[in-house]
Design a protein around this ligand. Structure first.
Ligand SMILES: Nc1nc2c(ncn2[C@@H]2O[C@H](COP(=O)(O)OP(=O)(O)OP(=O)(O)O)[C@@H](O)[C@H]2O)c(=O)[nH]1
Ligand SMILES: [Mg+2]
Length: 647
């Protein structure tokens, strides 16, 4: 059963493949023409790896029992002809569950024991250690075995109150953050902390990852989920149920975990089938649904087309039974179309921007360099063809003129080199402010600030100084980047006017994403520190866990800013410096050749022939590079057109 979403994701995958082959072709071009450069090769290798591991994450969030798991079953697993993931009344999914495909391994479900919460390791780091996980191989041929394996996602265990407390799952004064259900003196807690399912579904094979989560109570206990996994997802699907409407706890999850962290968010008003009533006309039913949708838009402050009313359960049933009428009525396709038309292109744009950022200047630089060589070859050809049948005197006059040109050019180069080295020095100084050692220092200071008091006040003090330090660094970097851009533009203008250079404008340095992530962390900290429950109870283990989550994320932001600055600096300064040096080499070569010729004009024909061959070869290189450029940096419009055609 293919639908628009599958088509769109498949076309996205093809596009990604094309970029990958384009980049590989560029690497081959570099190798073939002797432009081997370790640093550049490493960057290309990293980018190729990134493309190979590219993932699009859809996170499903909601209070318990709104039908998240049922919707995932209907959207992705109906071909299995049964409810693959456990979905039931009351609380069902007990741990965050990632569903993806990894071709390197046989299908499996991996479960991280809840006891790992006693340690400080993050889930991300535990993912690197398969030994920490319980692995169950999935036998796709047996529905019974599959259902049994998937049932683990809903597994709980009964433990003593103290045990739940050491796991950070229980605080007797406060049940808001607990995930437990009290059973007399004992409590019931989730058996697993996190689950990973490797399942060979076509959409998952294309790089889609589904994140199913448990309801509100469980969300609060795993900062990594709320600080990292949900904000970095490419879209959040927030579920509500028709029968409950938007409740207080729905709104709390929305405001706390979705609204401020996610720009691509869709609300799903599930269970519309509960309104299907034989005693009401279709119009009456539609009216009730429309009223609820309007109400939801208002409460969640979402545009009308981002709230979809549907029935996950009927969609699953319709797909299992191949009942087209029921499937249409379930309205699940509206959601899938929205994802196909909005979320997939948005994800594509993110990747395209990243590729352009990494490769744009490199490919353009190579292209300009080859074009400059071609222009120089043509100029020399023209110059020398004038000499045919002429005397030596003319050659000498030409040589004199060319040498003068070269001298003026060298003077220009000198003044450029001076300003260039000043800019480069400033750039390196800013980078060294953000190297491992300095970042460690910034974070060590923040740790010292809080170590004596694991309280919300201590947390706020410590994090605030960290955020301020970040803002200072980011401001400095941005103003440096804008000055550098003006400098490069000025140099290009000068050299374009005098020597006919092709103009290259360095892109602005964009730190928006990192600044927003940092703002998100700050809002999160503020909310945590102001939350009356946290202030009153001052649960140190929770503050510590939250702090660890925050600093891990903040450190990544600092590191990412440094990485971006590094790439930007190279992209902004390397092409112009290369172009200038190359122009110098070409001028020198022309002077050398003319010198040789002015002594003996007999080899003129041979030289002309050489230049013709060179011109052809360079022309071919320009063609190759244009093809590569088109593949690697092809515009979003081109892609959209291709997708529309495929659909
Ligand atoms: N009538 C009706 N029931 C539904 C629909 N979708 C889900 N349900 C039922 O609602 C109950 C809860 O669904 P789940 O998919 O387990 O909900 P969840 O959001 O994953 O809940 P947790 O895993 O506990 O967080 C189950 O009994 C589902 O069969 C629907 O569209 N219509
Ligand atoms: Mg569930």
């Amino acid at each position: 059963m293919t639908n628009q979403l599958e088509n769109q994701i498949a076309s996205y995958q093809r596009w990604r493949e094309e970029i990958r082959t384009g980049i590989e072709a560029y690497q081959t071009w570099l190798d073939q023409h002797g432009h081997v450069d370790i640093q550049r090769s490493l960057r290309i290798y990293d980018l190729l790896e990134g493309l190979r591991n590219d993932r699009m994450v859809l996170a499903f969030l909601a209070e318990y029992s709104r039908g998240k798991t049922e919707l995932i079953n209907a959207m992705f697993f109906a071909d299995f002809k049964q409810r693959l993931l456990p979905s039931d009344v009351g609380r069902t999914t007990m741990c965050p569950t990632e569903i993806f495909h990894d071709a390197a391994e046989e299908p499996y479900i991996r479960l991280l024991p809840i006891e790992t919460r006693k340690r400080e390791d993050s889930i991300a780091s535990l993912k690197q250690h398969p030994i920490e996980w319980v692995k169950i191989k999935l036998n796709l041929q047996s529905q019974e075995e599959m259902a049994k394996a998937m049932a683990s996602l809903a597994e709980t265990k009964t433990v003593r109150v103290e045990e739940a407390s050491t796991l950070g799952l229980l605080d007797q004064k406060d049940f808001v953050t607990t995930t437990v259900i009290t059973r007399g003196s004992k409590v019931e807690i989730p058996a697993w902390r996190h689950a990973m399912i490797n399942y060979p579904h076509p959409l998952l094979k294309s790089g889609l990852v589904i994140l199913d989560t448990p309801g509100l109570n469980a969300l609060g206990t795993e900062p990594e989920l709320t600080l990292k996994m949900i904000p970095s997802a490419h879209a959040v699907l927030f579920l509500l149920a028709m029968d409950t409407g938007v409740t207080k706890s729905d709104l709390e999850i929305w405001q706390r975990y979705v609204q401020t962290y996610q720009t691509r968010r869709i609300a799903v008003l599930n269970k519309i089938d509960l309104l299907w009533d034989d005693l009401k006309t279709e119009d009456q039913i539609d009216l009730s649904i429309a009223r609820q949708v309007d109400e939801t838009c208002k409460l969640l402050e979402l545009p009308r087309d981002h709230v979809i009313a549907l029935s996950a359960q009927k969609a699953l049933l319709a797909r299992i039974k191949s009942d087209e009428v029921m499937l249409r009525r379930s309205a699940i396709r509206e959601l899938e179309d929205l994802l196909a038309n909005e979320i997939v292109p948005a994800k594509q744009e993110i990747l395209r921007t990243a590729v352009v950022k990494e490769m744009g200047a490199m490919v353009e630089g190579s292209l300009h360099s080859v074009m400059a060589q071609l222009t120089a070859t043509q100029a020399e050809l023209q110059e020398l063809s004038k000499l045919s049948g002429k005397n030596r005197e003319l050659a000498k006059t030409m040589l004199g003129r060319l040498e003068k040109d070269r001298a003026v050019y060298l003077q220009h180069m000198e003044s450029f080199k001076n300003s260039y080295s000043v800019v480069l020095k400033q750039g390196h100084a800013l980078m060294s402010n953000l190297d491992e050692e300095h970042i460690d220092e910034i974070f060590a200071k923040s740790a010292r600030d809080i170590e004596t008091s694991w309280t919300t006040a201590g947390l706020w003090r410590s994090m605030n100084s960290l955020f301020e330090s970040f803002t200072r660094q980011a401001d400095k970097i941005l103003s440096f980047a804008s000055e550098t851009r003006s400098f490069v533009e000025k140099v290009y203008r000068e050299f374009q006017e005098q020597y006919g250079f092709v103009n290259l404008t360095p892109p602005p340095l964009n730190l928006e994403k990192h600044i927003l992530t940092m703002k998100g962390l700050k809002t999160n900290t503020e909310r945590f520190c102001r939350d009356p429950v946290n202030v009153m109870t001052e649960k140190h283990f929770l503050v510590k866990r939250f702090y660890n989550g925050l600093v891990t994320e903040a450190k990544i932001v600092f590191q990412d800013v440094r990485k971006d600055l590094d790439i930007w600096l190279k992209n902004a300064l390397t092409p112009i410096s290369n172009q200038l040096k190359e122009h110098q080499t070409l001028l020198e070569r022309r002077v050398e050749n003319l010198k040789k010729l002015s002594g003996d004009l007999s080899s003129l024909q041979e030289r002309l022939h050489q230049l013709e061959t060179q011109k052809m070869a360079l022309g071919k290189q320009v063609e190759d590079l244009l093809r590569i450029k088109y593949k690697v940096l092809g515009t979003a419009e081109r892609q959209r057109a291709a997708t529309a055609k495929a659909a």
